[in-house]
Each structure stands twice: as C-alpha cells, then as structure tokens.
Design a protein. Structure first.
Length: 251
C-alpha cells in the first residue's frame, strides 16, 4: 500500500521550538504552537522497558539531569529526571514526555507531527515497531497522519510494514550513492536533507523523483529563501517565529 498524499507546511518546528524551549518536551510543543508553527518534528526512542519517549541523544546527559544511555533506563526512572533545567530555570521540572502524551498534546494544540524514529544502537526495528503500533492505536481519526521519518533504513522498513498508509520521509545527511534506490524501496513521500550539504543541483535530482524535499535545520531567512528558490518544500526550524519574521520582514 502506498502512503496517502499529504500536505506539509513551509515551516516545521524542530524538536518543538528548540531555540526557545527545551527540545522534545511538551513545553516545546506549546511554544511552537504559540509561535504559529502548524507542525513540529519530534525525536522518538525507547526506554529500556520499551516505552516510546521523546529524546534526541542516545545518552541522557545533554538534555536531562540524568546520565548514561537512555536505552538502559526504565521509564519509571527516566520520568523522575528533569528535562528542562539544562535549558533554563523557567523550565525546571519539565519531564521527558511519552510519545502518547505528545500525540495527545498535538491534538489539543492542533499541531501536525513529524515523528522522527531515532533508535538507540541496535534497536531500529523495535523502536519503529513499538512507537508506530502505539501511535496507530491512538491516532485520532480526524487528524492528518503524521510524517514518519528516520535516518535508519531498518526503521523505515518497519514503518512501511506497520503503518504503510502513513507517509514516510527518508532522512539523509551524507548522501549514499544509492539514495534513489533506497527511496524507491522504502516508498518514501519526502526526502529530508541536511540544508548545509546540498545544492540546487542535488535538490533538483531529489525533486525529479516526484518527491517533496524538506531541509533541516534552517534558522536564517536568507538560507531559507535560497532553499525555497531551489524548490525545497518545507524547513525544520528551531525558531518558527524568528524565521517567519525574517522571511516576511516583520519586527
Ligand atoms: O528531522 C530533521 C532533523 O531533526 C534531523 O536531525 O539530529 O536534529 O534529529 P536531528
Ligand atoms: Mg530530529
């Protein structure tokens, strides 16, 4: 089954609104919505006991007051951590959210979701399988489907199996020579590129496959204009409000 066509906006809050609130938190989602973002991108991985949560790094150290690999901590322990103080005192006590909480928040905030499957090493299929089974089971019927993206080909293969009708995004950083073959095999709807690595020529090649191109992470209006002029459809930004203002010449 091929994924249904879908629509994605020009600006997507990156990890929520990562410049303005701690990344991958419910405060980050609220902030993105308040800044006018219509969609947010969130990173999903599993706790040791298999609970899908929002977290970017394999280790807890940078974005929480915990230490060591996230894959070795059960949810009950992870839930005791502070995921806000590292960012600023204003966010002290912020929790590592579950994917379920994030889906509920997105519904309330009227936010579209790009769920990036971000497996800890060796957990690619498991992370996609568990996270997407949960998301499918609770996805509100009246909400547009999420975009499921990953750097992990194994995770995207699992996404294609578990949620074939949800659009997939092939995330790439250093572009493999066989990217087109992989994109075909995974039947992805979007190619999500590193804005700093690409050119008008490479973007044209991605678009020539009939797919939409999204680019990360763009916080500068001039860079955004250049990418849009190449035909990039949407940008992941840490600052939805700042980029919107830069692009439209407001305050
Ligand atoms: O999904 C876009 C972007 O988030 C990919 O890179 O490392 O910020 O998750 P990263
Ligand atoms: Mg991400």
């Amino acid at each position: 089954m091929t994924a249904a066509p879908f629509s994605i906006p020009r600006l997507i809050g990156h990890r929520g609104a990562a410049r303005h609130a701690p990344e991958n938190t419910l405060s980050g989602m609220r902030t993105a919505a308040l800044q006018g973002a219509l969609w947010v991108e969130l990173d999903v991985k599993l706790t040791a006991d298999g609970v899908p949560v929002l977290l970017h790094d394999d280790d807890l150290d940078r974005t929480t007051n915990g230490h060591g690999p996230a894959a070795q901590m059960d949810f009950a322990e992870m839930r005791k951590l502070d995921a806000g103080s590292w960012f600023s005192r204003e966010f002290r006590g912020e929790k590592v959210p579950t994917l379920a909480e994030a889906i509920q928040a997105a519904q309330l905030l009227d936010l579209g979701l790009n769920l990036e499957i971000k497996p800890c090493p060796g957990r690619d299929e498991q992370t996609a399988g568990i996270a997407l089974s949960l998301a499918l089971g609770m996805w509100p019927a009246d909400r547009p489907p999420p975009l499921i993206s990953s750097f992990s080909v194994e995770a995207l293969e699992m996404a294609k199996t578990v949620a074939p009708h949800w659009p997939r995004g092939y995330l790439i950083d250093k572009v493999p020579a066989n990217w087109a073959e992989i994109a075909d095999r995974l039947d992805v709807s979007t190619i999500n590129i590193n804005a700093k690595r690409e050119t008008a020529v490479t973007v044209a090649a991605y678009r020539a496959t009939g797919r939409q191109v999204l680019a990360y992470t763009v916080n500068d209006a001039e860079e955004a204009r250049r990418l849009f002029s190449w035909g990039v459809k949407g940008l992941f930004t840490d600052t939805p409000k700042g980029l919107l203002h830069g692009l439209t010449g407001q305050g």
